[in-house]
Design a protein around this ligand. Structure first.
Ligand code: ATP
Ligand code: MG
Length: 197
């Protein structure tokens, strides 16, 4: 009886620097397309694959922005588990920790087509393949490649040409980001003077 799964949960991990409508649309579309019980947005504590390439907003601020971005959106939730665990964030380890909180869950790891291309470089990839199925969503500028060696699904979403990189650049150049991310995120970015240099 122990391993009967009673819920299926999607995990959308990322840097969320900042979170934006693309993340919310991905989460909501996959939630509905696959009939998931919930999608968890999980900000990375220390995005090790990006470390060193640019200065990353503190994990606490990225978590807060993700929480206010999601608000009370149906079926979407935010987990601070990677901050609680500390250190570098690895999806395989995160799923082990989440499984303690949701012992009856089966897991879907959601990735944009760009992130799907790098799956095989993820930490503990052989274990991860046994922990979750992969859900790939289309993303402008990234070709879809079926992830070989994984149980996977493709969910086609209305393509959203919004990215964290694009938002940071817009802020840096003094352009508006309104309606590209929920207003409470815009407020945090202004209040904390993010992405200005
Ligand atoms: P950055 O430009 O800083 O990399 P990002 O917009 O890619 O930011 P991430 O936090 O890196 O945001 O992305 C988390 C996950 O969400 C990844 O799997 C990414 O592919 C996916 N994702 C983000 N934006 C979109 C989008 N517009 N369409 C589809 N998938 C997206
Ligand atoms: Mg990215």
């Amino acid at each position: 009886m122990d391993n009967i799964t009673t819920e299926t949960i999607g995990v959308l991990g990322g840097t969320f620097d900042p979170p934006h409508l693309g993340h919310l649309i991905v989460g909501d579309q996959v939630l509905h397309a696959l009939g998931l019980d919930m999608v968890l947005l999980v900000p990375a504590n220390n995005p090790w694959q990006k470390a060193g390439t640019r200065s990353i907003t503190s994990a606490e601020r990225r978590l807060e922005m993700t929480e206010v971005a999601v608000g009370d959106a149906y079926g979407l939730s935010v987990s601070g588990i990677e901050l609680e665990m500390g250190g570098p964030s690895y999806t395989s380890v995160t799923l082990d920790a989440l499984s303690e909180k949701y012992p009856k869950a089966s897991w879907r790891v959601i990735v944009g087509a760009d992130a799907a291309l790098g799956l095989d470089s993820w930490h503990n990839v052989d274990k991860l393949r046994t922990q979750a199925e992969i859900v790939v969503v289309n993303r402008p500028g990234a070709d879809f490649q079926p992830p070989t060696g994984w149980q996977w699904d493709l969910v086609e979403i209305p393509s959203v040409n919004i990215s964290g990189t694009g938002l940071r650049r817009r802020v840096e150049q003094g352009h508006s980001i309104r309606f590209l991310t929920p207003e409470p995120v815009v407020e945090r970015i202004l209040k904390w003077n993010l992405y200005r240099d």
